[in-house]
Design a protein around this ligand. Structure first.
Ligand code: BG6
Length: 476
């Protein structure tokens, strides 16, 4: 179903995110028939390009980053692209941009630029009368680097736009399974009655990546895993797993519930958090080589134990971990239920806890382990089997067109649906929780725990679980 007609301006249109995700994503939506034939995408950046040169660049970007996309409609898509050279901090290009905008269609402005330019862009959009009441702006992470800077950013944007016009992207919210988590929780009777401290032993949230930080050391080295992943992506996964049912699937109802979770987080004790930094292993370079900073104490890995101080979760810890250069690329949420209170079977030593594994990537799906009788005449011997719902098996690899997170989120912007975007108060609350952890590190001389590139992370992170008589699910 096509969305309504729009003019989408991408600031930073020649940058990495635009070439890698935004523009190939738009082409995919075009192929899916969702982009109306009149809609226009206007690239805006510093370089002086003609429309034709910009289109050639986008063609090259799609070749490079979406090699599998059907090329048959690429020319038609490129015809809907335009370009304007813009000086974000000056006057150049703004009159031309205003002249390009059409009346009566949705106007969206994607700020795919350094956060230091957000204020300038917002100001010029209103000064030059380019943005109207119905316009939306999309801002990328990092949204600040601490509570103070996030507040300042929110205040700057609020001078020109209402909260209802600001779409703060966390692309994890656009992932298929992340939304499915809400469907599983709130559209079934099976899980919700058990979804609390009485029945859940603990929750693990893992986002393991195989990539290192090579090529983006400058940004990453100033940021680290806590700011780059935990404060936003892992926090969002935690919120959706832990929140109360919203009264309706509606942007503010969902975001109110997420905010309550963040506000209920207890401060993290120093000995319940592990920072790691990957070390060279064989031909794999270490973090300090990748970041070109031999003295760096920046963490490329974090594991921590989080407690949520509310009725539902009192006593059930959430263990979070994320790292670069890990053994495999795996993102999953694992709900480990408590064991049945009493066993009528002679099954001591058998692992009896049911586990629900929600897999975000690489293979999306869900897995629920249940106990059954081992088949055959061997008597009443129990075993665990998975009730497996892999999306690829259920819907067939070609049977479902699974949009990438960015594609979905951009279409939500055009539709005016903020459910999967972060509200200003949510981002601030997440920083308020993360800031003391980061400040404690900054104030200590301790170095991050080393782990080998291509491993499962530092030994210390295993101990974080072992001392609670639990263990991480293997990364594979
Ligand atoms: C980004 C981080 O927000 O998310 C990157 O800045 C990280 O460091 C990326 O690699 C992970 O996204 P995905 O979708 O590949 O899991």
């Amino acid at each position: 179903i096509p969305v309504e007609d729009f003019d989408l301006v991408i600031f930073g249109a020649t940058g990495d995110l635009a070439r890698r995700k935004i523009l190939p994503g738009l082409y995919r939506r075009f192929l899916a028939g969702q982009m109306p034939p009149e809609a226009r995408v206007i690239g805006a950046a510093r370089s002086d390009l003609t429309d034709q040169r910009f289109r050639d660049d986008v063609r090259a970007a799609i070749d490079e980053f979406d090699a599998k996309a059907d090329r048959s409609q690429l020319d038609a898509f490129l015809d809907q692209l335009h370009y304007v050279a813009i000086d974000a901090k000056g006057t150049g290009g703004w009159d031309s941009l205003r002249d390009m905008m059409r009346p009566g269609v949705v106007r969206a402005f994607y700020f795919s630029v350094a956060p230091s330019l957000f204020g300038d862009l917002a100001q010029r959009l209103s000064e030059y009368d380019i943005a109207d009441q119905n316009s939306r702006i999309v801002v990328e992470k990092p949204f600040g680097r601490d509570l103070e800077s996030a507040r300042a950013l929110n205040a700057t944007l609020a001078e020109h736009f209402d909260e209802g016009q600001i779409y703060r992207i966390d692309h994890y919210l656009g992932k298929e399974t992340v939304q499915n988590l809400m469907a599983v929780r709130f559209a079934n009777i099976l899980f919700e009655p058990l979804w609390n401290a009485q029945h859940v032993d603990h929750v693990q949230i893992t986002v393991a990546e195989t990539v290192g930080v090579g090529g983006r050391g400058g940004y990453y080295d100033q940021s680290g895993a806590m700011r780059d992943m935990v404060q936003n992506h892992l926090m969002q996964l935690l919120c959706l797993t832990a929140m109360e049912p919203p009264y309706h699937f509606d942007p503010n109802a969902v975001r109110d519930e997420k905010l309550k979770v963040i506000r209920a987080l207890e401060p993290v004790a120093e000995d319940e958090i592990v920072r790691g930094q990957y070390q060279a292993d064989g031909d794999q370079p270490g973090y300090v080589e990748d970041s070109e900073n031999p003295e760096s104490r920046t963490e490329s890995y974090v594991a921590l134990k989080v407690r949520i101080s509310n009725w539902r979760w009192q006593g059930t810890p959430f263990y979070l971990r994320t790292g670069k250069k890990m053994r495999a690329r795996t993102s999953e949420i694992v709900i480990t239920f408590k064991e049945p209170p009493h066993s009528i079977f002679d099954d001591s030593g058998t692992q009896r806890a049911n586990q629900l594994v929600i897999k975000l990537q690489p293979d999306e799906g869900m897995d629920l382990t249940v106990m059954i009788k081992e088949p055959g005449p061997g008597g009443m011997r129990l075993m665990q089997v998975p009730l497996d719902m892999s999306f690829a098996d259920t819907f067939g690899p070609a049977g479902v067109d699974m949009p990438d997170a960015y594609e979905r989120l951009i279409m939500d912007v055009i539709r005016g649906n903020q459910t999967l975007f972060m509200r200003g108060d949510e981002v601030e609350a997440a920083w308020a929780w993360a800031d003391p952890i980061i400040a404690a590190w900054d104030g200590s001389k301790a170095r991050p725990e080393p782990y080998d590139a291509g491993s499962s992370g530092p030994e210390e992170a295993l101990r974080l679980m072992h001392r609670d008589n639990r263990r991480w699910r293997e990364i594979r």
